[in-house]
Design a protein around this ligand. Sequence first.
Ligand SMILES: [Zn+2]
Length: 79
Amino acid sequence: MAKDSCDGCGRRVTVTGGIANLWTFGDGSDGTAMTLEFTDGTEHLLCYPCIEALPDEPTDEDVERLEQVDSETSQLGVR
Ligand SMILES: [Zn+2]
């Protein structure tokens, strides 16, 4: 629990040790996140909506794109 914000959108998140199914979305303050190891060897703490929005083989560029998307809409992966 060293980090408590999503690498993608920057929201505060709660890290769990296993598969995350719980995500409280709407107040923008709390959520569930997991640390993903990307195919390029980097690791990122990402909230559930960001994980859903990433492609099958995410990269650092995809994480940075999440941050841009979130500045335009609060619902990642939903149009
Ligand atoms: Zn996020």
